[in-house]
Ligand binder design. Structure first.
Ligand SMILES: [Zn+2]
Length: 84
């Protein structure tokens, strides 16, 4: 099995890993723990933003931290599932 180092906690894991966006660039990988405890809540915070304006601002903020624009769609944000 393939090994990777989680870009959020630094732990080494086995498998494909998950897309850590918007907390780290999509080309990096994160472990399942970080995916459920950090990445998913971060995405949900965007999805459940109190207003469209606030959502846009959050997307911009995450994009600034990542150094590239995260791709928003009308119904929310499209996340790249993997880079396999
Ligand atoms: Zn991790």
């Amino acid at each position: 099995m393939k090994k990777f180092k989680c870009s959020l906690c630094g732990e080494e894991s086995v498998g494909f890993g998950n897309n850590p966006e918007p907390l780290a660039p999509y080309k990096q990988r994160c472990c399942d723990d970080c995916n459920w405890t950090r990445v998913v809540p971060a995405r949900l915070s965007i999805v459940y933003a109190p207003s469209a304006n606030k959502r846009r601002k959050m997307i911009e903020e995450f994009g600034r931290a990542l150094g590239y624009a995260v791709a928003p769609r009308k119904e929310g944000v499209r996340w790249r599932s993997s880079n396999r």
